[in-house]
Design a protein around this ligand. Structure first.
Ligand code: GCO
Ligand code: MG
Length: 402
């Protein structure tokens, strides 16, 4: 079998997505997600200019060899653009392999290790009362784990607080919008929010919080310590993770578990964090970490050190990425949690899929391959719209992490 066509599809059904579609001489197709929020066209052009010409004529069965060919063959290794492009190819090849075998991809990865994939939902609101109502809705829908984010008094626009039904990341403007950030106000506010949530929902609901890279190690240590009475499942991205040694300082001070990795692209980005047991969950994802093949390598490495998976699953990753993540989640031994935010209807229509949510769990598709497709005609009706993520500035105007 040979690949005869590779097409890069950029579409904006609610938000921008980059999808690679491969077709073989026997008419089998496979798709992979290559979306890098806010930098989509860099991956689209990397794929169409530098990767597509190398794929035509290749044997789609040779997944690992193709991965190595694109990784080592580029000479310039790693980085989000390269690794998202490789991920798109890798995911599409697993899709093809599953279809050829007549098996869902998780069967090719070793089969089921659990009955369902436990997911966490996003409860957010400007006020604490508002967020309590949102958490209650999630528990009614059967969620076992909920991420809690609220507004911070004195700050008008804070990461992770939904601005309306179905609206998530405000990647709306071509030029980033700017918000004002105050670490002092934030650290003062957050422990009280979790005190209220625990008081209302008791000890069993799993609670998470995303710090979104905005603290220094000692500030994160203080936050982790102040959250200990509320037994969080994880505190996410407490500091930017370029400085892996920084986590030693956090670890010295708190037993609040730590999840990191949504901006990681390779096993090398988490090598020290994992091998020194400085984190508890690794949040790398199929699309940004080199596809199913490389993410499985990351999870296998993590398993040696009692680190579990906690894959990123925001709506800026397409349903193709989520479908692929579920095949890994159901099969790996060290699964932790999967982030889940339902996509908007327009996105789901462009990417018809057969994974499903039920009572707090997602279930991967049982169809051969990934069990997700792209409706190209519909996709063409949603042209690309430039959209950047916001930036944060401190009250004095200094640029800060968003
Ligand atoms: C999460 C992430 C997202 C990112 C987004 C960036 O935990 O879901 O932090 O909210 O901000 O994926 O594009
Ligand atoms: Mg996050």
């Amino acid at each position: 079998m040979r690949i005869v066509e590779a097409r890069v599809i950029v579409s904006c059904p609610g938000r921008n997505f980059v999808t690679l579609k491969l077709t073989t001489d026997e008419g089998v197709t496979g798709i992979g997600d290559g979306t890098l929020n806010g930098r989509e066209l860099a991956v689209a052009s990397y794929l169409s200019e530098h990767v597509v010409p190398l794929l035509v004529g290749r044997d789609p069965a040779r997944i690992e060899d193709t991965w190595q060919y694109l990784y080592k063959g580029a000479y310039w290794r790693r980085g989000p653009v390269t690794m998202s492009a490789i991920a798109a190819v890798d995911t599409a090849l697993w899709d093809i392999k599953g279809k050829v075998a007549g098996l869902p991809v998780y069967q090719l990865l070793g089969g089921r290790s659990r009955e369902g994939v436990t997911v966490y939902g996003h409860a957010s609101a400007d006020t604490v009362d508002g967020v309590l109502a949102r958490v209650a809705e999630f528990t009614r829908q059967g969620y076992k784990a909920v991420r809690v984010q609220t507004g911070v008094p004195g700050l008008s626009d804070v990461y992770g607080v939904h601005t309306g039904p179905g609206v998530y990341e405000p990647a709306g403007a071509a030029v980033p919008t700017e918000a004002v950030w105050s670490t002092e106000r934030y650290l003062d506010h957050v422990p009280g929010v979790f005190a209220r949530v625990r008081e209302e929902f008791g000890p069993h609901l799993r609670l998470l919080h995303d710090v979104h890279h905005r603290l220094t190690p000692i500030e994160a240590a203080r936050l982790g310590k102040s959250l200990e009475p509320y037994a969080l499942t994880w505190m996410e991205d407490p500091v930017p993770a370029e400085l892996q040694e920084g986590f030693r300082l956090i670890r010295r001070h708190t037993t609040t578990p730590i999840a990191v990795g949504e901006v990681f692209n390779s096993v090398w980005d988490c090598q020290r964090l994992v091998s020194e047991q400085l984190i508890d969950y690794v949040r790398a994802t199929v699309v940004h970490a080199g596809g199913i093949s490389h993410l499985r390598r990351i999870f296998d490495f993590a398993a040696l050190y009692h680190v579990r998976s906690g894959s990123h699953g925001a709506t800026d990753l397409s349903p193709v990425c989520l479908a692929a993540a579920l095949h890994l989640d159901i099969s790996i031994p060290n699964f932790g949690l999967q982030e889940y935010m339902p996509h908007e209807d327009a996105t789901d229509e462009v990417f018809p899929h057969t994974y499903r949510f039920e009572a707090g769990y997602l279930h991967p598709s049982e169809e051969p391959g990934l069990g997700v497709d792209i409706d190209e005609e519909l996709a063409a009706r949603y042209p690309y719209k430039p959209a950047a993520l916001p930036v944060n500035r401190l009250e004095d105007g200094t640029l800060h992490s968003w």
